[in-house]
Design a binder for this molecule. Structure first.
Ligand SMILES: CC(C)(COP(=O)(O)OP(=O)(O)OC[C@H]1O[C@@H](n2cnc3c(N)ncnc32)[C@H](O)[C@@H]1OP(=O)(O)O)[C@@H](O)C(=O)NCCC(=O)NCCS
Length: 358
């Protein structure tokens, strides 16, 4: 935690979580930027800028190749080299139109206590997190302090958290945490089931888990937020147009150390790309980087792509393509076809997913 002082009074703060984040083909130490705030009496005097400076320098010294955050205001962090790298989807499924296209395996489900969940849920979560860019390792402490407690202030207008575990042959294969938000009109339920998080280790367990959630009585709508763009629920249901789909931003990523970050993830092929990176806030990243066979090194070669560090952060997890960035005018293609080549190297097999805000 960095703090800004006036005399002995704290007037601002910025925290960094020590995360281990999944990236395509592996995982890396990641500074999770959070709890950023400046007293209303001290705003617009450069305090945030100085805290970001101190925080980035500390991350660089620590050797974290990347940093990530959930912004409360998207206009703040681009100047510090963070780029919009993933999206969050909220899906609302009308229970009356929640039929699935294919038959669903029957997997026994049990409602369990927070104590039992502490051992069972990580066995599913860890498998999903290991293959999903944007997810990060949860320590036992994280489960105990952030995920499983159910204090009243977290419930808002909904009921207590329910924890359901699905086991195949005694092995945890899926779980969900959800709440009921009950409402009735003329004796008919208009309430919602609010899914806090739901993970499954394999496709059959995924279908069984969502079938369970969509079959709970006294519910009109099943609402799940913080889903990835390519969540299977979109294709599990027969009647997809009945789903309500809302898109918002999720993780913003900054490459603290361009060389270590580019060399630290996996690639679809070993193709060669030369990036010319503009990074005034982290000048050690400035200049040309040649990526070949999954390794990034300094080079004098002519660049294929000229781009700000924030846009390299945006493309890093595979959730935003260089083609998209080019069409939005955010990166410059210096050689014909370079953006397409960069995409064929960077493309992952799934959208990044960060299922919790921090
Ligand atoms: C956002 C916040 C931390 C900014 O702190 P600050 O000390 O006033 O920021 P700075 O003076 O260092 O401003 C840095 C730059 O960001 C811009 N900026 C600051 N707050 C902004 C905002 N809310 N929206 C858009 N731009 C903002 C400033 O104009 C300045 O731009 P410039 O460099 O082009 O002049 C502060 O207003 C705050 O605490 N807000 C409420 C909590 C919050 O939103 N925190 C962020 C959580 S992700």
């Amino acid at each position: 935690m960095h703090a800004a002082f006036e005399g002995d009074r704290v007037v601002g703060g910025a925290a960094a979580l020590a995360l281990q984040m999944t990236v395509p083909g592996g995982s890396l130490p990641c500074t999770g930027v959070t709890a950023v705030g400046v007293d209303p009496t001290h705003r617009r005097r450069g305090i945030l800028t100085r805290m970001m400076r101190a925080q980035l320098d500390a991350a660089h010294e620590r050797g974290d190749p990347i940093a990530a955050l959930w912004p409360s205001e998207a206009s703040i962090y681009g100047r510090f080299g963070f780029g919009l790298a993933s999206f969050a989807v909220e899906l609302q499924v009308p229970r009356d139109h929640s039929a699935f296209a294919l038959p669903v395996e029957r997997i026994p489900a049990r409602i369990i206590s927070a104590e039992e969940a502490l051992d069972a849920f990580p066995r599913v979560y860890d498998r999903v997190a290991a293959r999903t860019p944007g997810m990060y390792a949860r320590s036992r402490e994280w489960w105990k302090s952030r995920i499983l407690p159910d204090p009243r202030e977290r419930r808002r207008s909904a009921g207590p958290a329910r924890r359901v575990l699905l086991e195949r042959d005694g092995e945890p294969v899926a779980y969900a945490i959800y709440r009921h938000q009950q409402a009735f009109e003329y004796g008919v339920s208009t309430g919602s089931l609010l899914v806090v998080e739901a993970f499954a280790a394999d496709p059959a367990a995924e279908a069984a888990l969502w079938r369970y959630l969509c079959d709970i009585d006294w519910v009109a709508t099943i609402t799940a937020s913080l889903l990835p763009l390519d969540h299977p629920l979109l294709l599990l249901v027969t009647d997809m147009p009945r789903l309500r789909f809302t898109l918002s931003n999720a993780l913003w990523v900054r490459l603290v150390d361009v060389g270590a970050a580019l060399s630290g993830r996996g690639y679809r092929d070993g193709g060669e790309i030369v990036f010319d990176v503009v990074d005034t806030f982290a000048p050690w990243n400035e200049g040309r980087w040649r990526l070949a066979d999954g390794r990034a090194e300094r080079t004098d070669a002519e660049p294929d792509v000229l781009l700000p560090a924030a846009e390299l952060g945006a493309a890093y997890l595979g959730g935003v393509t260089f083609g998209q960035l080019g069409r939005a005018g955010r990166v410059d293609e210096m050689k014909p076809g370079a953006l397409g080549r960069a995409d064929s190297v960077f493309r992952g097999d799934r959208a990044p997913w960060c299922p919790e805000t921090f």
